[in-house]
Each structure stands twice: as structure tokens, then as C-alpha cells.
Design a protein around this ligand. Structure first.
Ligand code: TYD
Ligand code: MG
Length: 452
């Protein structure tokens, strides 16, 4: 009697296996995450004759071909252009501007390359309307409104466009698979299919993926492992700045960011993000300080705002936007214990203006200065920036890239810079002629310098 394939259910979030379907995963407590899987019969005989191991030294040099996307912020995040045969996942919240960005890319790419834009979300008319609005009119752009992944791949194989865009993976489906489009199985299998075609035909494919309510790319994270490059497009919906960030890149660094602004005619690149981010800084107001943070190889000046006020209730509120909540709590504790600024019974709010998220230890010092400034209601000097990590003993520690950060501050006309005294020695003398650099070793003296 032929043995029946054993099927079991696997949680798509944590990988928990169970023989019976369940609505809620007992391991990670997520709902509706179980997908059916079956074991293939393991009677396959392996033949190592087909394997071709190589010595590292025998492998020829690989020169990747990169396409210039025509959008320098996008090129930078991709690591200097779109690599031929690579699969890029562009993900982000719905409505953040993924389709807009890619459609705009087709215009510049279309100058020299044939581009296929597969849309499963919008009709051809909707696409045309949007293209007209943002000024896309490339002759080399072909639009295909379909959701059948296999048919799309067959089309690609026949007509060999030079770049393919799939918008979005959640709308694509393989008919032979019974689950609905957007389910984890469909998403994974479609992505695998596109991956195979990208590699064999050596065509770059950009795939759009929506993020679900937990912040995972729907079809939880399965996509990230498959593709070569994962880009996140993020920003506050009600603010116009958008930040493009690489979280995985097999062909480049993951530290770079690209900054865009959503306007009525689509996205425009922000070549000078520091200027844009600090342009709205209020004058003569307490609780505002400029931080210098590194995003990849690029220094960015950002305004950190803080508000410390007496709490009306027993349980003070702490809210942090754009800065890690736990780090804020830690800084508040350090300020109390080591520097004598008591704010334990106060409501505390921290906000990084412009929708930027900063997660660098170097932003500790500006956050601390901002909080003290708000607590004491004293105004920080307008022409002053700071950076430095704060340790649990209240000491100011050195951070990397001090010189680059200071040069950015000089470029934007700042006159004073407060840093850790340990950073002072590494700086070239010529820098000190253009800006007053103050090295400090504790929070109190840093604050005194910032208001002086
Ligand atoms: P879209 O690219 O459709 O988002 P996604 O593909 O990530 O879901 O962007 C839609 C939003 O962008 C929509 O809310 C309106 C806004 N938008 C503009 O502000 N200006 C424009 O020129 C365009 C095309 C869109
Ligand atoms: Mg879209």
C-alpha cells in the first residue's frame, strides 16, 4: 500500500509545527498563521556526480553589471545602482509611495532600457492617470495588469524586458496552488518563481511587498530570505518626508539611506536632508537641540525635541517618537542619578522632527540636553550641535565619525559643537578654525556649554 504523504501545519511566524490545524499558535500566540505543508517521500537517491565544488581561488572574478536607475538616492541605497539579475524587495506601509517611486524610476530607466511594469493592484487607466500626473511618459515602458505569476514569467521569457517591476507580490498568484493570493504559500512560491526567472534570464526584478499590521512584510518575513536586497520605504504618513533604507543587500552596504519628499507631482529627491530636517526648527524655544547622526556613510543633522512637564496624574507619561523608548528611560534615570536633574514625576516626551528615526548612541547627548533644557525652560544656542554616547555613570563617551559629523555642521553654518573630550584628539586642527569644538566629560558641563 502506498504510504500517504503526511501533512502537518506550520506557523508562518515562528515555525511551530503541529499535526492539527489551530487558530492560534501556542508558541507565539499569533492568530491564523498555520499553513499546511507535507513531507515529500524521502526515497530520492542522491547523486553527487552533478555537484561541482570549486576552490575559492579558482572562482573567476565577478563583475556585476549595474543599471543606473536615474534616481541617485535610490542608486545609493542599492549600492550604486540596480544589479543585473538581482531581485529587490521594496516594502513599506500601504500608501507610503512605493508605486509612485517605481513608476518614476521607470521614466529614467526607460531612457535606455525596456521596462515591464506588472500591476496587480491598479488598472491600466489608474496607472496612466498617475503616470500623467507625475510626468512619466517613457516609450520603453510596457504595462501589464495581471495577477497570474506563471503567465507573467512566460511573458518575460518571451519578450525579455531589461527590467521588471512587480506591484505587488501580495496580488500575484500561481493558479496551481489552491491558497488565496497574499497567503504565505502563494507569496513564497511566487517570489521563488520570480527569483528563478531573474537568475536564469539575468533580468533585475523589483518586487513590491506590503507590510502587515505587525510591521512584518506580509507572508511574514519569508520573502526577506529569498531575495537579494530588501528596501524599506518609511515615513510618517502625514509628513512629506520619506526615507528609503536597505535592511539587506547582497551587493552593497545596508547602512545607506535615501531621502525623498512627497509632493503633488510625485516624489522628489532631497539632496540636502540636513537642511530640510532642521529648516523648521523654532527659535528661542526650550527643549530643542540639533543632533548629528550617521546614516550609513552620510551625516545627517536632525532636530531633537523634548518636553518635560509636571504630570497631572500619579503615573507620569513617557512618549518617544523616532528615538528608542527604553533608551529614553535610561537617559532619564542617568540624568536623575548622576547629574541631579529630577524629572521622575514629570511627563516626558521626546520627538525627532521630520519623521526621522535615530537609533545611534551618539544621539544620547542631544536628547539629554534637550530634556534638561525643557525641564529648566532654558533655550539652547541656535548655532550649536552635539553628539556623544552617555554611559550609565553619566560619562560622555566618544563616538565614531566625529570629523564627518562636524564637517556637516560647518557646512550648514553651525558655530559650536559639543562632543566627548575623548573625541577631541583625533580631530585635525584645521577643523577647529571653522567651528568652536568643546570636549566635555559629563552631562552637566555639556549642558552648560549648550546654553552658554
Ligand atoms: P502610492 O505610491 O500609491 O503608495 P503605495 O504604492 O506604497 O501603496 O502612494 C500613494 C500616496 O501618495 C497617496 O496617498 C497620495 C500620495 N501622492 C502624492 O501625494 N503625490 C503624488 O504625486 C502621488 C502620485 C501620490
Ligand atoms: Mg501601490
Amino acid at each position: 500500500m502506498a504510504q500517504k504523504n503526511k501533512t502537518y501545519y506550520v506557523c508562518s511566524v515562528c515555525g511551530y509545527k503541529t499535526p492539527k490545524w489551530a487558530g492560534k499558535c501556542p508558541e507565539c500566540n499569533e492568530w491564523d498563521t498555520f499553513a499546511e505543508q507535507s513531507d515529500e517521500p524521502s526515497s530520492v537517491k542522491y547523486d553527487i556526480g552533478s555537484l561541482k565544488p570549486m576552490k575559492l581561488s579558482e572562482i573567476g572574478e565577478f563583475t556585476e553589471h549595474r543599471y543606473d536607475t536615474g534616481i541617485s538616492e535610490l542608486n545609493r541605497v542599492l549600492g550604486n545602482g540596480l544589479v543585473k539579475g538581482s531581485v529587490v524587495l521594496l516594502s513599506g506601509d500601504p500608501g507610503i509611495g512605493k508605486s509612485t517611486l517605481l513608476l518614476q524610476t521607470t521614466e529614467s530607466l526607460g531612457k535606455s532600457k525596456s521596462v515591464l511594469y506588472v500591476s496587480g493592484e491598479e488598472s491600466a487607466h489608474q496607472l496612466k492617470l498617475r503616470a500623467d500626473r507625475i510626468g512619466v511618459s517613457s516609450e520603453n515602458l510596457t504595462v501589464l495588469c495581471d495577477t497570474d505569476a506563471v503567465a507573467v514569467c512566460a511573458y518575460v521569457e518571451k519578450f525579455l524586458p531589461e527590467v521588471v517591476i512587480i506591484d505587488s507580490i501580495q496580488t500575484m498568484a500561481i493558479k496551481e496552488i489552491s491558497s488565496l493570493a497574499g497567503s504565505i504559500t502563494q507569496v513564497r512560491e511566487c517570489a521563488n518563481l520570480f527569483m528563478r526567472y531573474a537568475k536564469t534570464l539575468n533580468i533585475p526584478i523589483i518586487i513590491v511587498g506590503h507590510v502587515n499590521k505587525d510591521g512584518n512584510i506580509a507572508g511574514p518575513k519569508v520573502l526577506e530570505h529569498i531575495v537579494d536586497c530588501v528596501l524599506y520605504f518609511e515615513g510618517e504618513k502625514n509628513l512629506s518626508y520619506r526615507i528609503l533604507r536597505a535592511v539587506k543587500n547582497r551587493y552593497g552596504s545596508t547602512n545607506e539611506i535615501g531621502v525623498f519628499e512627497m509632493k503633488d507631482r510625485g516624489l522628489s529627491e532631497v539632496k540636502n536632508p540636513s537642511q530640510a530636517l532642521i529648516s523648521g526648527k523654532p527659535k528661542n524655544v526650550s527643549g530643542s537641540c540639533i543632533a548629528s547622526v550617521m546614516e550609513g556613510s552620510r551625516p545627517i543633522l536632525a532636530e531633537v525635541q523634548g518636553l518635560v512637564c509636571q504630570s497631572g496624574f500619579g503615573n507620569p507619561r513617557r512618549v518617544s517618537t523616532g528615538f528608542d523608548y527604553n533608551r529614553m528611560s535610561l537617559l532619564v534615570a542617568v540624568l536623575e542619578k548622576r547629574a541631579g536633574y529630577f524629572m521622575g514625576n514629570c511627563d516626558i516626551f521626546v520627538n525627532v522632527a521630520g519623521g526621522l528615526k535615530i537609533d545611534e548612541p551618539a544621539s544620547d547627548l542631544p536628547v539629554a540636553i534637550t530634556l534638561i533644557s525643557s525641564l529648566k525652560d532654558e533655550v539652547i544656542r541656535d548655532d550649536c550641535i552635539s553628539f556623544g554616547e552617555i554611559g550609565l555613570a553619566g560619562e560622555i563617551r566618544s563616538v565614531s565619525f566625529a570629523e564627518i559629523r562636524i564637517r556637516e555642521a560647518i557646512r550648514l553654518g553651525f558655530k559650536k559643537c559639543i562632543i566627548s573630550e575623548h573625541n577631541l584628539n583625533e580631530l585635525p586642527n584645521e577643523l577647529k578654525e571653522n567651528i568652536e569644538i568643546v570636549g566635555v566629560n559629563n552631562i552637566r558641563s555639556a549642558y552648560i556649554e549648550a546654553v552658554k
